[in-house]
Design a binder for this molecule. Structure first.
Ligand code: SF4
Length: 347
């Protein structure tokens, strides 16, 4: 079945031509789709006859308008953060988080239903990968949150469930769609892709989307610790990953963000901060320290606040720019992947 939200304006033109309609309908329909309409009937500048034709095509499963429904929603009373559990076709549930910042509204979207990367601290990988999300399904998370909040989203982080580089083509297409001026018109520089370190995709990404930000989930400064908590490290070790990141910055001149979730007793010793500083010395980068949200199923806990501060101070004293991620939505504090996991257990 063809999901119209997966299509660029050009591809929509081809679709309309293929069904004997005028190509200019594509732009009109594309605009409506990006405004978040849920039925062809709402497309008021499209002739009634064509709207009926499209509805009939949907009824016979030839096409879909690509609906997204809110299954669950948790809203912070303190900072406006909203955690969504969205439902896509085939009853697939995905999580997205809407956040308010001084510079605008941001959303963290999922790129896959589940994940096969197996990181030890992550709820999203419990149960493995169900399937990749299409470009339109990723886009719909942004549109769904805009529709629900009535607010414009200016920044997108692809850091929810899934490994974006494991679904590379759909990620590239999603970014192309989100950047389209007739659509959401998002600036490439306001989009961040976060990878756990699929090394072969890093330079491809540098070539395809040089203006999009790259974040790398590092979480450990050496192979011994990293391989224990991130199986991907057994294929692409720290040395290979860092060397590819250096090539990336040489090619794009863009600063990489290294994500480092502090896990009590695993990767949070002051000596690890020293190792990390040595590893990243001289690189165009920023370290984002993340106080880990507890996931009961993983048996891992976040580091105490004092430990986080010490880790930060140690990095800074060695010339590494770092910040501790602001804890948004702490009153709804379910960790990433938890809503989906809870939903799966109940169904
Ligand atoms: S942290 Fe990211 S890459 Fe690792 S298992 Fe979770 S979703 Fe997958």
């Amino acid at each position: 079945m063809l999901n119209l939200r997966d299509l660029t304006v050009k591809e929509l033109e081809e679709y309309f031509v293929s069904i004997g309609e005028k190509p200019f309908r594509a732009k009109q329909v594309f605009e409506w789709l990006n405004r978040g309409v849920d039925s062809f009937d709402e497309m008021s500048n499209i002739p009634k006859e064509l709207r009926e034709r499209l509805s009939d095509a949907e009824a016979s499963d030839d096409i879909t308008i690509g609906r997204i429904n809110i299954l669950r929603k948790q809203e912070s009373r303190t900072d406006g953060t909203i955690k969504y559990l969205f439902q896509l076709r085939e009853s697939i549930a995905v999580e997205s988080v809407f956040m308010k910042y001084k510079y605008g509204n941001s959303i963290c979207v999922s790129s896959q239903a589940g994940c096969r990367m197996g990181c030890a601290f992550c709820a999203s990988t419990i149960g493995g990968l169900t399937r990749n999300l299409s470009a339109g399904e990723i886009l719909m998370q942004v549109i769904g949150a805009e529709r629900d909040t009535g607010e414009k989203i200016s920044h997108v982080v692809i850091m929810g469930t899934g490994e974006p580089f494991d679904n590379y083509d759909n990620i590239v297409k999603f970014i192309t769609l989100a950047h389209e001026p007739k659509g959401l018109g998002l600036s490439m520089r306001n989009i961040t892709v976060s990878t756990c370190g699929l090394v072969p995709k890093i330079m491809e990404f540098a070539r395809d989307l040089p203006q999009v930000n790259l974040a790398v989930s590092l979480h450990a400064p050496n192979d011994e610790v990293r391989s224990r908590i991130m199986p991907v490290n057994r294929t692409y070790n720290v040395a290979r990953l860092i060397s590819e990141c250096k090539r990336y910055t040489e090619a794009t001149h863009r600063r990489i963000t290294f994500e480092y979730a502090l896990i009590a007793g695993v990767n949070d010793a002051p000596s690890r901060a020293d190792e990390l500083a040595d590893l990243l010395k001289g690189m165009l980068c920023h370290v984002n320290l993340i106080p880990l949200n507890e996931v009961s199923e993983t048996g891992l806990a976040g580091s105490p606040k004092a430990q986080v501060q010490e880790f930060l101070a140690r990095l800074e004293s060695r010339g590494i720019t770092a910040t501790v991620r602001r804890e948004l939505g702490s009153d709804i504090d379910a960790a990433c992947g938890q809503l989906r996991l809870a939903h799966k257990k109940e169904n």
